[in-house]
Design a protein around this ligand. Structure first.
Ligand SMILES: [Zn+2]
Length: 256
């Protein structure tokens, strides 16, 4: 959805249990992160992530899990890898605080895609025509990590679906937007041009439920829509406890 442009603050939520433990083992995690972003990352050395340009970042692997709401606002690179994304049709609602992809280390993504507030992200954006045979709509998507080309392959698969699926997709609610996530105040992947929201009409978003305490899960998006995105390593917000069923973002490091 098009959340408000909000760069500070946000709604404070009720306290939550700690996230699930990391899985699988530490060495595999680091190797998987480097393999997921080969244009940018060179190696993991101990608790340091080494970038191809020589930059070094702390991973934070020795830090124990904190409560989920705290990690949402200050995720380390290790936190970002705590919850893996499982492909395929869902078997029931996501467990409490299982929202693979919501934990994001802001410095990591800003270094990779640029800071939109300084105009750095805009230099990497190019137009992509969303659903050209159904209802053409030009959207700006980053070329970093070939995200724009990957999305075009997703679009080709979505266009091949029967017409009954098209209503979930058009018009898209947007891609690039220099904004923060509504409840955390942290940069959204939309701020990097590496996310897309499909049509709002048949989507569900946890904030709309106005639930207090436990959030009742809701989704109307069929898996046929999700599958082509997963094939190109976009995660789906419909697999989050804090669900956002119109939302897809490129997060190859989370696939196992
Ligand atoms: Zn979104």
């Amino acid at each position: 959805m098009r959340r408000r442009l909000l760069l500070v603050g946000g709604v404070t939520l009720a306290g939550c249990a700690a996230a699930a433990p990391m899985q699988p083992g530490g060495d595999t995690r680091g190797a998987r992160l480097v393999a997921a972003y080969p244009d940018h990352l060179a190696a993991v050395e101990g608790d340091t992530l080494v970038w191809r340009d020589g930059a070094r970042m702390p991973i934070g692997a020795s830090q124990p899990a904190r409560d989920f709401e705290t990690m949402l606002r200050s995720a380390t690179i290790a936190d970002q890898l705590r919850q893996y994304y499982v492909t395929g049709p869902m078997r029931g609602a996501p467990p409490r605080d299982h929202s693979p992809g919501r934990l994001r280390n802001a410095a990591f993504f800003e270094r990779m895609y640029g800071d939109c507030r300084r105009g750095e992200t805009a230099r990497h954006l190019r137009p992509v025509t969303w659903m050209p045979r159904t209802r053409p709509q030009v959207l700006l998507v980053t070329t970093v990590n070939d995200v724009a080309t990957r999305l075009e392959r997703v679009i080709a698969s979505l266009e091949a679906l029967p017409d009954r699926f098209k209503g979930y997709l058009v018009p898209a609610a947007g891609t690039f937007a220099c904004r923060a996530v509504a409840d955390t105040g942290m940069p959204s992947i939309h701020a990097y041009g590496a996310a897309i929201d499909v049509a709002v009409r048949q989507s569900d978003y946890w904030i709309w439920s106005r639930a207090r305490g436990e959030i009742p899960y809701r989704n109307r998006i069929p898996f046929e829509i999700v599958e082509p995105f997963e094939a190109e390593r976009f995660i789906w917000g419909g697999k989050w406890y804090h669900y956002d069923t119109m939302h897809f973002e490129y997060r190859p490091e989370l696939f196992v």
